[in-house]
Design a protein around this ligand. Sequence first.
Ligand code: HEC
Ligand code: HEC
Ligand code: HEC
Ligand code: HEC
Ligand code: HEC
Ligand code: HEC
Ligand code: HEC
Ligand code: HEC
Ligand code: HEC
Ligand code: HEC
Ligand code: HEC
Ligand code: HEC
Length: 289
Amino acid sequence: MKQQQTILTKVRRALLAAFCVAVMVSPVAAGEMVKVPHTPELYEKTPEALTPAQCGQCHTRHFDNLQKDGRKHQFACQNCHTKFHAYNPTKGNYADLMPKCQDCHLSLPHGEQFTECLKCHTNPHTPRNVPFSDYLKSQCGICHAGPGGMLAQFPSKHTEQGCTACHTKHGLIPTCFDCHEPHIKGQVYEDCLTCHNPHKPLEIMFHGEETKVDTCQACHGEVYGKWSTTEAKHGKVSCARCHEKHGQIPQCQKCHNYPHGEAIHKQVPRCLDCHLDVHNLPVRPGVKK
Ligand code: HEC
Ligand code: HEC
Ligand code: HEC
Ligand code: HEC
Ligand code: HEC
Ligand code: HEC
Ligand code: HEC
Ligand code: HEC
Ligand code: HEC
Ligand code: HEC
Ligand code: HEC
Ligand code: HEC
């Protein structure tokens, strides 16, 4: 009780004193204040933007994503997040805050059909990791018209397979050996492509010297046997140089023109009536090689 009174008295005196000072020393009002050191030097510099690593101290997952697989999106977070930490559930402004792809990607990279980027690029912090979703699988042909067109135009058993039987992940290129044996021992995947296009596998095209002719022996053993042991100079001419396409028969004139004079060629129009076997030309003993 007594203590309370003394406190009250003290407060009254203080107020009175303050009043007197205020009246006498005004306009600079001076009151009793909590002491806070005045440190204007702290405000000399404007703050620097947080670095991605600083954002990442809290948003560890987003930082990790960008660090490991951000690819060309490895730039400051704020380039995309021009506004952040402003989400307000009563305003429901979350979608407004989120960056829009089209702010930077001014044209549609895949054409008019594809406007909803996040449907495929589900994580903008790992932009190239497009999940192999059912949606993506139903759209292959729109972005890759070439392969789809070939499979349709040149029907084969590959046409029945569908893209994802071979491309089991987006961008993955299968090897033929996942499903086939080679024609002969020692063939490598690259060899297959010198004759077959996987999107029109029955349209066999040869690619000059790149096409290794030892493959022909798998199916044309007899011809190959003659050609590879002949004494004549045709043994040095690659099968694919004469047969530019599978099944095509070349004209001798393409390389030799008419070497014997008009009279002979008129009399015997077919060269092989005299030269007999193109894969094993008869040569005069002692003249060959
Ligand atoms: C290339 C642009 C881009 C960059 C760079 C980027 N973000 Fe994002 N971020 C987005 C987009 C777009 C969304 C919205 C995704 C959605 O709606 O699914 C998003 C969403 C977010 C979200 C909220 C949604 C969630 O997934 O939790 C956070 C938090 C976030 N980003 C943090 C960061 C941080 C931290 C960085 C830098 C380390 C960063 N972002 C860099 C584009 C970006
Ligand atoms: C001190 C921790 C901390 C730091 C540093 C931080 N954030 Fe956040 N951020 C949060 C918290 C907490 C939330 C709200 C909860 C959540 O969504 O994870 C949030 C939410 C977000 C969101 C989604 C909601 C909104 O309001 O935008 C984005 C985007 C975001 N932060 C981006 C960033 C970026 C970019 C940086 C760096 C420039 C950053 N944050 C730095 C803690 C932090
Ligand atoms: C702040 C601008 C900005 C925003 C917003 C943005 N991007 Fe990008 N993005 C870029 C830049 C810059 C590149 C690199 C372009 C280049 O060098 O060709 C890029 C590249 C990409 C790449 C290729 C990545 C690589 O490494 O090859 C993809 C995919 C991509 N962006 C998708 C998106 C998607 C999807 C969104 C929306 C969720 C988005 N971007 C939002 C600026 C942005
Ligand atoms: C139907 C799915 C799908 C949609 C929708 C989609 N993308 Fe893509 N995008 C892809 C695929 C798949 C890739 C190739 C990714 C890879 O490299 O494996 C890609 C690649 C990219 C690339 C890199 C291209 C290059 O050639 O380097 C950019 C940039 C890109 N997308 C931006 C966008 C933007 C912006 C949008 C929205 C306007 C968008 N994408 C919508 C599936 C999609
Ligand atoms: C929205 C467009 C889009 C869709 C849909 C799409 N792709 Fe792609 N695809 C791309 C882009 C962009 C690339 C990257 C090209 C590059 O790297 O130069 C690519 C690359 C590829 C590659 C690798 C090409 C190479 O030369 O290595 C294959 C294979 C492929 N896609 C197959 C598919 C298959 C199969 C589907 C369906 C499941 C599909 N794509 C769906 C856009 C798309
Ligand atoms: C029987 C297996 C098989 C099927 C089915 C198949 N592909 Fe391919 N695809 C391949 C192989 C093997 C390559 C590599 C060819 C090369 O390197 O020349 C390839 C290459 C590609 C490429 C990159 C090179 C290019 O030609 O543009 C794309 C894109 C592609 N395929 C898309 C598709 C699409 C889309 C479908 C369905 C319409 C499809 N593929 C069906 C095996 C297949
Ligand atoms: C994912 C499996 C798969 C891959 C990879 C694949 N094929 Fe096939 N291919 C098949 C199937 C299945 C058939 C039909 C076989 C049958 O009916 O006996 C076939 C048939 C063929 C045929 C005969 C086509 C016809 O209509 O008679 C050729 C030629 C062929 N493949 C070549 C190739 C070559 C070359 C490659 C590599 C560039 C390759 N394949 C890659 C699955 C595949
Ligand atoms: C020198 C050309 C050539 C090369 C190289 C080649 N093929 Fe063939 N392949 C053919 C021809 C020609 C056929 C027969 C087509 C026909 O019946 O009309 C064929 C047919 C096939 C067939 C259909 C089934 C069969 O055996 O008749 C398959 C499967 C096949 N090839 C796979 C392959 C694979 C895998 C490779 C690589 C290891 C390969 N091919 C390399 C020319 C070649
Ligand atoms: C793709 C080109 C080509 C075609 C097609 C071709 N040849 Fe030749 N032929 C050659 C070459 C190269 C030589 C060697 C020339 C040399 O070394 O002087 C040769 C040499 C010859 C020789 C000399 C043989 C020797 O060993 O001295 C005869 C004979 C001959 N060819 C006949 C024919 C006949 C007949 C045909 C048609 C049935 C034919 N050639 C088709 C390229 C061809
Ligand atoms: C100098 C050109 C030339 C060379 C090299 C050549 N051919 Fe021929 N080939 C021909 C001509 C011309 C015919 C048509 C012969 C005829 O009308 O009797 C033919 C016919 C064929 C035939 C069908 C008739 C038969 O005899 O069975 C086959 C199969 C054949 N060649 C395969 C091959 C193979 C495999 C090689 C390599 C090992 C090869 N050829 C090298 C020019 C050539
Ligand atoms: C996988 C088996 C296979 C391989 C490998 C193969 N062929 Fe054939 N080839 C055939 C079949 C089957 C025929 C007959 C059906 C046809 O006319 O398409 C044929 C037909 C031919 C013919 C036409 C024969 C005629 O009587 O008109 C020539 C020429 C030929 N092949 C050349 C080659 C050459 C050159 C190679 C190697 C570069 C080769 N083939 C590789 C299977 C093969
Ligand atoms: C009436 C028979 C006969 C006919 C038809 C014939 N040749 Fe000959 N050819 C010969 C004889 C004989 C030789 C000389 C052989 C020798 O010297 O070993 C020869 C030599 C050649 C030679 C090698 C010598 C040289 O001149 O370079 C070539 C190449 C040749 N013939 C190409 C052809 C072509 C191409 C045809 C068809 C347009 C053809 N021949 C028609 C009989 C014939």
